[in-house]
Design a protein around this ligand. Structure first.
Ligand code: OSB
Ligand code: MG
Length: 368
């Protein structure tokens, strides 16, 4: 592979409905795409960071700066995703910045090799079961209506966003309305403290698959204590930023399930390592989402097709997020979404959609 240039593209796509979590509300997906240009093919990567540093410390403007100032300068014409990951190990954190460059390189090199990301990662599934993440609604009636619509569309698992004051009643209501067979879980996005353990014990009555990231990302000890205090399995999202933090969390028994998001751990190579560790230890994993457009969604589908992904992930159809996706839309078929199986991530931005985006930078890559 010969890498010639990196382009950065910016734009936004409106969400079909506002997405509210314990940390904020989004009405549009602001986007940063990395386009890696080779001599024969090109590859695309999507940055999962939000506009504000409220899910984690990373945010989109900062990612763009980190990519430009620290990551792109490390690239050479013979760089690969693997050599890139090795060379940027000297840069601390900045997982989302690293991940969007890494996957653009992966897409490019796998296209050159005429193989798919799914095959490269070791996928064993051709389609994956699809769950849906439901934001906090204004009223319980709205919540029932929205959840009912998603179930009618075929989503096989529902995740409810919760926060203090909007939690137990909400879960009770959804359980009562949709019955005991519904695969149901909750996500607090770090909104509680370990002092809420007694309160969260009330969730034990509702047979949830898991509670995701109840406590702040740094509070592994708190998650250990909470895991002992409640029956609902604790799953970590924000806390797991690497293979090392995943291993530590499991060794400490801070969680019994892990949500793997490639953007949060610096890319798909690290995500696969976390998957392999969890598979080896019999720890269930599932693929998280960051309201990705088709570029990020395609790559997540490849990852979610690995054998350790035994729980349905937050990879919903394009229509759950956008009226028009950047790529050919991903559709739900009997609760499942097909895993791209052509070359690279299997998709690229539609020219008519990209026309509404702006190329904000082009960097020539030094020869070697
Ligand atoms: O915590 O899983 C999360 C979206 C943005 C930031 C954080 C999270 C989420 C979601 C949405 O829950 C999942 C999806 O992409 O459907
Ligand atoms: Mg989460």
């Amino acid at each position: 592979m010969t890498l010639q240039a990196i382009e950065l593209w910016r734009g936004a796509i409106d969400l079909v409905s506002p997405f509210r979590t314990s940390f904020g509300t989004d009405t549009a997906r602001e986007l940063l795409y990395v386009h890696a240009i080779g001599d024969k093919n090109s590859g695309w990567g999507e940055c999962v960071a939000g506009v504000e540093p409220n899910y984690s410390s990373e945010y989109l403007e900062n990612c763009q700066e980190v990519v430009k100032r620290f990551l792109v300068p490390m690239l050479r014409s013979d760089s690969t995703a693997q050599s890139f990951v090795a060379s940027v190990a000297s840069i601390r954190g900045n997982y989302m910045s690293k991940a969007c460059v890494e996957v653009a390189l992966l897409d490019l090199q796998l296209r050159d090799q005429n193989t798919s990301l799914a095959k490269f990662l070791g996928a064993t599934q051709t389609k994956v079961r699809s769950g849906v993440s439901v934001g906090i609604q204004n009223t319980l009636d709205d919540l029932i209506r929205v959840v009912g619509e998603y179930i009618a569309q075929g989503y096989v698992r529902v995740k409810l966003k919760i926060e203090p004051g909007t939690d137990i009643e909400l879960v009770r209501t959804v359980r009562k309305e949709f019955g005991d067979d519904l695969l149901l879980q909750v996500d607090a996005n770090a909104a509680y403290t370990v002092a809420d353990a007694k309160h969260l014990q009330q969730l034990d009555a509702f047979n949830l698959l898991l509670i995701e990231q109840p406590l702040p990302e740094d509070d592994l000890a708190g998650h250990v204590e909470l895991s002992r205090a409640i029956k609902t399995p604790v799953c970590l999202d924000e806390s797991v930023t690497s293979l090392d933090t995943a291993r530590g969390a499991l060794d400490l028994k801070a969680c019994s399930v892990i949500n793997i998001k490639p953007g949060r751990v610096g890319g798909y190579l690290e995500a696969k390592k976390i998957h392999d560790l969890c598979l080896d230890r019999g720890v269930p994993v599932w693929c998280g989402g960051m309201l990705e457009t088709g570029i990020g969604r395609a790559a997540n589908l490849a990852l979610a097709a690995l054998p350790g992904f035994t729980l349905p992930g937050d990879i919903s159809a394009s229509a759950r997020y956008f009226a028009r996706d950047i790529t050919t839309p991903f559709v739900l078929d009997q609760g499942q979404i097909a895993v791209p199986n052509t070359v690279g991530i299997g998709v690229a931005p539609l020219p008519e959609m990209l026309a509404g985006f702006k190329k904000v930078a082009t960097f020539e890559v030094a020869k070697r």
